[in-house]
Design a protein around this ligand. Structure first.
Ligand SMILES: [Zn+2]
Length: 242
């Protein structure tokens, strides 16, 4: 067998290993996709509960401030009451105070119902938070594991790519580029045996002229149909790995 052919077979072998590892690595994050969806779901629930809670907190603050202001108004009116001279003014002022008090009582009722909603929202928020924390812990733990495994894949892929460069350095750069293109387009098989006058890649018959040239084993030839690089393999011999 030609030396170049041997190198190309080695090259195909390391490129296949790298490809397989790359594919395995791509599948790792899929293992945590269910956990990731659960995390996303709980995060969304938490954010919704938080938004609801914040809105109620804002309403509560506004209502408390209104009540406070109206109370001050009543206190100021009461103080003013002492200095009033006429009965008419006096009763008018009393009536005003009474009106303010009454509307404040209504506000206080509103505040009470708001407070109960606020407390419910606060409770819901803390429940959503606990649910989110629980899944976050598990998700982080798994992600640490996933990243470690992906890292070890990267390390192995790096070693294989170094090996690939070593093999490729023994071959002409143009041939390596062509080989890589075929590898990419022909499902990871760029060099293949020609046996019984046919290409074992695409199973097309090879012309007797080309088959003769292949048997000479003095230069590289490609399959006219699938463009894969061919090497001659005697019919009797059963190819390893076929
Ligand atoms: Zn072919």
């Amino acid at each position: 067998m030609m030396e170049q052919v041997k190198f190309l077979i080695d090259l195909q072998d390391v490129m296949s290993q790298a490809k397989r590892l790359e594919e395995e690595k791509q599948r790792i994050p899929l293992e945590v996709s269910d956990l990731k969806s659960l995390f996303d779901e709980r995060e969304a629930s938490f954010l919704a509960a938080n938004q609801e809670f914040e809105a109620l907190r804002q309403l509560r603050r506004e209502k408390e401030r209104e009540i406070e202001e109206e109370r001050d108004k009543v206190e100021r009116a009461k103080a003013k009451l002492m200095s009033i001279k006429t009965n008419k003014e006096y009763y008018a002022m009393l009536k005003e105070i009474e009106g303010t008090r009454r509307s404040n009582t209504a506000r206080e009722d509103e505040l009470l119902s708001l407070l109960s909603k606020y407390e419910e929202a606060e409770k819901r928020l803390s429940e959503r938070k606990a649910e989110l924390d629980e899944v976050t812990g598990r998700y982080r733990e798994r992600m640490v594991d996933v990243e470690a495994r992906m890292g070890s894949f990267d390390e192995n892929i790096g070693k294989i790519l170094t090996r690939k460069r070593q093999v490729a350095s023994k071959l002409e750069a143009g041939l390596v580029r062509r080989f890589e293109m075929i590898f990419e387009r022909r499902d990871g098989l760029a060099i293949i045996a020609a046996r019984n006058s046919s290409c074992t890649g695409c199973h097309m018959n090879i012309s007797p002229q080309l088959f003769n040239l292949l048997q000479r084993e003095d230069r590289i030839h490609a399959c006219p149909n699938c463009s894969r690089i061919l090497y001659y393999e005697p019919a009797e011999e059963k190819a390893a790995g076929e």
